[in-house]
Design a protein around this ligand. Sequence first.
Ligand code: F6P
Length: 372
Amino acid sequence: MSNQKIRRIGVLTGGGDAPGLNPAIRAVVYRAADEGIEVAGIYDGWEGLLDGYAERTWALDVQTVRTWDRDGGTNLGSSRTNPFKHGSGPSRRDRSGEVLRNIEHLGLDGLVAIGGEDTLGVARKLADAGAPVVGIPKTIDKDLSATDYTLGFDTSVRTVAEIVERSRTPAGSHHWVQVVEVMGRHAGHLAFWSGLAGGAYLILIPEHPFDFERVKALLDDRLSVYPSDRRYPRYAVIVVAEGAVAKGGKEITVDGDKDEFGHTRLGGIGGWLAEKIRTETVHDARSVALGHPQRGGPPSPVDRHMGWLFGNAAVEAILRRAWGKMVSARGVAPACDISLVSMSDAVAKLNLVDVDRYYDTERYAPRRHVLD
Ligand code: F6P
């Protein structure tokens, strides 16, 4: 372990933006200032460390970031750049060497990478190649392993839950089925917990392929038993995760394009389902895909708390030269323990909804058995 003092560190945010990133950057800067460490903000994720970009950085001091706890998104900008597989088609190439060199040229004794499986996957590979990198978990999808919390999740749950709840009045007034399509990629956490909080009747998650005949039967149970008795509901809200699949079907994507991490953009299952309900049942249906605004807006108190804890811990990880480690939470603030885990463990496999524990596979809704 080198005894050389840590004088200057970098911080970057990669992948989809999320509320909680700016509070985490702010905490990194505050804690670094206490240690007499300068912080360089790297623009636009890993792109900001490629040749042609790396000469522009943002010197972040306490006065600059003082109010960033209030800000959604990321003031440093983000990208889905993968330096190991940069570009597309025949021009795709490995530019990770540039990143390694630029970390040195910028005089960074440490680098905090804030991101999800893609950003931290790159961070892990760079750490394996000798770069002084630590990670902070972020994603509204909450699909990283080895941590109970990823920045952005709580705010997104609140935003989506509010829309699910708001969907109940138009659907109730007009007697239709409202399908709400929610992000989360291959994980159903956001759909499940926001659907529960917003009072959705059915929640369809990627972890359990749904049977359309069952959806139909459940809708009939709710809507067709006492159609003229006003005490009974004449609407239903279905939350469907963008990665949910009908039995025997496959994921619906926006187009066939893949990003530098090999991901296609998911989307369209909500429209598909509403159309099927309209044409194959007696019920009317509407659909809305919430899209990117569900990642937007100011961070919730929990995202500010977790951003604070994660940001401080990341600087401590750098002081310990814990390269290749990610800060991790067991529990969520105010009852949580922060520790360091290996980034490899965080990205080794996706953290998915525990169906046996939480999901009623007959009702397509939260389980009603909690203690067993
Ligand atoms: O990972 C966050 C996320 O919002 C996913 O839920 C979603 O599938 C994806 O990003 C959308 O990607 P993009 O922001 O590139 O449209």
